[in-house]
Design a protein around this ligand. Structure first.
Ligand code: FES
Length: 114
């Protein structure tokens, strides 16, 4: 069963696209990976105040337009410097073509939810 907040229809997120939504006051990037899977990450880069949803999807990572760190869509971890800290990855559920994001469920415990 879906929990959290409905953000959009799944069909609204195209291949390798990232879109920003506000869920419970938190900016969230909803991202479709190259394999078609959907993921929800905290939208603010862990390096500086840059919106990750303005970046580029490559495989299963979202590259920040600030300085090029790419964040894994499952673990939230950056692959290269300058970012060193993961961003939060939230629970995302697709139900009847609706995408639900629950920011109360952080799936990568190492990351903070802010
Ligand atoms: S602001 Fe994202 S890598 Fe620097």
């Amino acid at each position: 069963m879906a929990t959290g907040q409905r953000v959009c229809a799944a069909s609204e997120i195209g291949p390798e696209e990232a879109r920003r939504f506000t869920v419970d006051g938190i900016d969230v990037a909803v991202v479709r990976a190259s394999d078609g899977s959907l993921h929800a990450l905290n939208d603010i880069c862990s390096h500086e105040e840059v919106s990750l949803s303005d970046g580029f999807v490559e495989g299963c990572a979202l590259e920040c337009i600030g300085h090029g760190s790419a964040f894994d869509l499952v673990t939230g971890a950056p692959n290269v410097l300058p970012a060193t800290e993961p961003v939060a990855v939230y629970a995302l559920t697709v139900e009847d073509d609706s995408v639900w994001v629950d920011t109360s469920i952080v799936q990568n415990r190492a990351a903070s939810s802010s």
